[in-house]
Design a protein around this ligand. Structure first.
Ligand SMILES: *Cc1c(COP(=O)(O)O)cnc(C)c1O
Length: 401
């Protein structure tokens, strides 16, 4: 993967040769996130999208506190999905005015914390409204709310659909008149709408279409809303390429589309800011997972490289995090990337289950015990999205370099 340089036959991560970095970390397996690449990605997005659009980081993609701290200085706001994430975002110094809290099943205590922190709550259920109102009265702090809308359309070409049809996310468009009435009756501070159609989309035209439809829907809903729209979150869903044949997302048409929508919003919804929220696109390509080979076995002619980490740290790379068909993530032997000696080998983790497969019969540099297997595109939905306790192996380390 050419976002990482190669020096002396080794991958360079965070400016350091992989074997030196591994020595510095002190043990494997580990995730390493490259600061320079995180900064570059944020700058590329700023350059491609209109400056009027606010960029939010959806921190569930990578909640490592040091990463959130870096991102807080690069983006306009942080989107959190639990009180635990809210704590990390506040600790990182994110401005509460630009933090929003979405997610189904927010507990009463979490809603109270959100009011006390003065962050925006993306309401996903009528049940949340009286809880927010009670917290607001008790604390003497206004409860800021946006309504997360479950639209009446889907985002085409998404890896995961999170809007349209029956969903646990957001509130169905049909129920909004009642929601607006309740927001007004409870005296909550209405600030806008949140629409999130889906995730991991590599087709610019379908992202543009979803943004347009979301805008039109918000415009229609704004007429009946209890207060002017200050904040219109059009979602995100920008994908990154993982598998052979996948092409990076083309940002140019998305930038043009958002420019047009910003112009329209200036006329239709004066004072409203458009927000895009991205997780994976900010961090996914900046991270690698590094695991050491502890055994090399040949079974009936097939080579197995057995590593000290596997699906317990990197569920996505094993193909068990929502994928329908298992495909290999990009993988290499990070301390032998240039090697001309290559072979077909499978990389498996140490867990006693056939699901623990990191690379299935891939063409790789010939590797030995002690070599470092690298899985690219691992900056999002890695450590925190994996069952680390499964089988009782040590947790992985995470470093920001
Ligand atoms: C998960 C999630 C995101 C981030 O999705 P990515 O595919 O990582 O960009 C953004 N918004 C909401 C509401 C989410 O649930």
């Amino acid at each position: 993967m050419d976002q990482f340089a190669v020096r002396d036959g080794e991958l360079v991560v965070g400016g350091e040769r992989l074997s030196t970095l591994a020595a510095r970390v002190g043990r494997t397996p580990f995730y390493a996130y490259d600061r320079g690449l995180l900064r570059r990605r944020a700058a590329e997005l700023r350059a491609a999208l209109p400056s009027a659009v606010k960029l939010h980081y959806a921190m569930k993609a990578n909640p490592m506190p040091a990463v959130v701290g870096l991102m807080a200085g690069l983006v306009d706001g942080i989107d959190v999905a639990s009180a635990g994430e809210l704590k990390v975002a506040l600790d990182a110094g994110a401005d509460p005015a630009e933090i929003s809290f979405a997610g189904p099943g927010k507990r009463d205590a979490e809603l109270r914390q959100a009011v006390a922190a003065r962050v925006l709550v993306n309401v996903e259920s009528l049940r949340e409204l009286p809880v927010l109102a009670a917290a607001s009265r008790e604390l003497g702090v206004p409860a800021r709310v946006a309504v997360r809308v479950n639209p009446d359309f889907e985002l085409k070409g998404s890896g995961m659909k999170m809007g349209g049809g029956p969903k646990q996310f957001g509130i169905d468009v049909e129920q909004l008149p009642e929601v607006f009435a309740r927001i007004a009756a409870e005296g909550l501070q209405f600030e806008g709408f949140h629409l999130f159609a889906g995730s991991q989309n590599l087709r610019a035209e379908s992202i543009c279409e979803a943004q347009q439809k979301s805008y039109e829907l918000a415009l229609r809903l704004a007429e009946g809303a209890p207060a002017p729209v200050k904040f219109l979150n059009l979602g995100g869903g920008f994908g990154i390429p993982y598998f052979p044949g996948e092409r990076p997302l083309d940002l140019a048409p998305i930038g043009a589309n958002l420019s047009a929508l910003c112009d329209r919003a200036m006329r239709d919804l004066p004072g409203a800011g458009l927000v895009i929220e991205l997780g994976r696109y900010f961090v996914g390509e900046a991270g690698v997972y590094v695991t050491r080979i502890v055994d090399r076995k040949v079974s009936r002619g097939q080579v197995f490289l057995v590593t000290d980490g596997g699906l317990n740290h990197h569920l996505s790379a094993s193909g068990n995090f929502g994928q329908v068909v298992r495909k290999n993530y990009p993988v290499t032997v990070g301390n032998k990337v240039d090697s001309t000696r290559r072979e077909v080998a499978s990389v498996v983790g140490p867990l006693c289950t056939p699901l623990d497969l990191l690379a299935d019969r891939m063409d790789l540099p010939v590797a030995e015990v002690g070599d470092l297997v690298v899985i690219f595109q691992s900056g999002a939905y890695g450590a925190s999205a994996s069952p680390q306790a499964f089988l009782g192996h040590p947790a992985c380390v995470e470093v920001l370099v």
